[in-house]
Write a protein of this length. Structure first.
Length: 214
């Protein structure tokens, strides 16, 4: 029996999500809560609101991900797999060629992520590596949720990736100021979307990133 609360996701992101996909998201939610007893995947205080606070919050980025020019998505500091695993589950039946790459330096979290990708038969690579030590990476889109501040994400994108098209990042109530501050040192185009799970937050898709000359 699928928990009816998970069906809010289908309405939230306005997609024709299959019952099988919803069941996968429900099972994934339960795995996070169970594993959270032994390793710190999410804050204990957010367990009761996990579907809204974490699953739905991650799922809403699908509007930026489900595009023809995106086949590879790289999630930085994925932790429990948010948003990467959620996006991969949503895309599995829509675009089988969609590939998820995760960088998570924690051994225990990486093991959990590998278990999840095997459990849900996702097209993915899990790297238990420090992203700062990697070079010449290639992807279509970089996603980051609660990993590092925007300027550091920009530095990773330019220094560690050989090719990327977009960066998708979650910003809080200071999002506008963060973007304006970043524009002092960087040139970029961006598309913002108000978060559907928090009135004070936004999701931002960044493209054409270039470092300004000093």
């Amino acid at each position: 029996m699928i928990d009816s609360n998970i069906y809010k996701i289908e309405k939230l992101i306005n997609l024709n999500v299959s019952r099988e996909t919803l069941k996968d998201l429900e099972d994934y939610t339960k795995f996070i809560i169970f594993k959270n007893k032994s390793i710190n995947l999410i804050s204990k205080s957010t367990e009761k609101s996990i579907k809204h606070r974490h699953i739905e919050d991650s799922a809403q980025t699908i509007e930026f991900i489900d595009k023809k020019d995106i086949k590879i998505c790289t999630d930085l500091g994925s932790g429990a797999g948010l948003p990467g695993i959620v996006l991969s589950i949503l895309m599995k039946r829509k675009k089988p060629v969609f590939k998820l790459i995760i960088y998570e330096k924690s051994y225990h979290k990486s093991i959990f992520l590998k278990e999840m990708t095997k459990k849900f038969n996702l097209n993915s690579e899990i790297h238990q590596k420090n992203i700062f030590n990697e070079r010449n990476l290639k992807t279509d889109v970089i996603v980051s949720r609660a990993f590092k501040p925007l300027p550091i994400i920009f530095q990773i994108a330019k220094n560690n990736f050989k090719n990327f098209k977009y960066i998708i990042i979650f910003l809080g109530k200071s999002g506008k100021k963060i973007l304006n501050d970043a524009l002092k040192s960087w040139e970029f185009d961006y598309e913002e979307k108000k978060s559907l799970t928090s009135q004070e937050s936004m999701i931002v898709k960044i493209s054409n990133l270039k470092k300004k000359n000093a």
